[in-house]
Design a protein around this ligand. Sequence first.
Ligand SMILES: *Cc1c(COP(=O)(O)O)cnc(C)c1O
Length: 442
Amino acid sequence: MNIEERLQALAAEAEEALKERFSAIDATSFYHTDRVLKAFKEARVSEAMFAGSTGYGYDDVGRAAIDKIYAELFGKESAFVRSHLVSGTHTLTVGLFGVLRPGDTMLTVTGKPYDTLDEVIGLRQAPDTGTLMDFGVYYKQLELKDGRIDLAAVKGALDASFGFTSDGEIYDEGKHGGGEKIKMVYSQRSKGYLNRRTLSVKELDEVYELVQDYAAAHQLPEDRIPYVFVDNCYGEFVEKSEPKADILAGSLIKNPGGGMADCGGYIAGSERAVEKCGYRLTSPGIGTESGATVTANKGILRGLFYAPHTVAQARKTALFAAYIFEALGFDVEPSWQTDRSDIIQAVILRDPALLIAFCRGIQWASPVDSYVTPEPWAMPGYNDPVIMAAGAFVSGSSIELSADGPLKDPYTAYFQGGLTYESGKIGILSAAREVLKARTEK
Ligand SMILES: *Cc1c(COP(=O)(O)O)cnc(C)c1O
């Protein structure tokens, strides 16, 4: 069989094997679409909301409705959604600086956070750029244990922070207050550029419950209860609920923007945390009451309407890719049989030429910039040269079919998105074609 015949046969085999998985994905999309419609109805979404506001942006009914709908859909007390949040990294930064104060400790419990946070936290020191460390915030990292959150280690870290030696002891500032002040327990749902499992909502919720139970057992005063933060990028609308958190953050050019929002991010969570994050978003005293939406409201609402369906298209594309590349003899993470909590598919190509070929294939099958050939480049915020394929309507959007990977061993392509399954499938077959050609030439 030539490459073309082999790919056509494989595609048919994949779709047969994935039938049941695809209908489960459709069911989740239906479930969320129903919730979205109810939330829109409840918030009385109307055409007038698309007009947006200018200047200070006071009394923006569209913005208020969007915030309310996000809080409702994500099961949180409060939320804000803004086009002024320039990226996922910026959104996470607002969340971190919103609640952390000098002397506080940020504890991550899912290993090292996403690469771009190195410079936000201060792990990669560019002196005096205003990192968390510049402001006297400490950082502590717990690794995953066998791919899972080490809850015993989380409890141990809290004990060390609060000076407890036994369970049930009541917190006393004089006696216990001397240690490091863990003020945030931070998780990342998706794998980012790491070869690890994606964490499920259930696993992330266990961290939230642990912190709340801990605070209750020791009667921690409100201002000492650590904020639970979840980087939710790429996870939205994959499962039936979103992780419990004081701060849940994500990007609108990923899942919840549905491929329609032009830019932006969201933070949803507890009243006490979201209010503080709002002060960091704009300024103390102003918070979320201001911020002209200009023309953003319509895209954000329309995107949210599409999001459950778009996420379903991306999930199907990811499963299809997992099946195809596994059949071609590559390691993939996760495998097509595995349940997922995000839309990322990693294909481990173990060769720089194959990684570049993969991205080329995705790019050449894109609706925009299909004539461009991607090259590795030193992208700000990343340690190694990165190659990216993105032929998207919204620049850099990764809910649209896109692939990227750092040029370092084991040369993994992380790809995600697909506004429609049909175009996703065409993109994956194009990537497979290029990889097979590059492998034959070796
Ligand atoms: C994409 C992503 C980010 C950063 O978002 P940008 O928009 O690229 O700044 C952070 N965390 C995770 C898990 C992501 O997937």
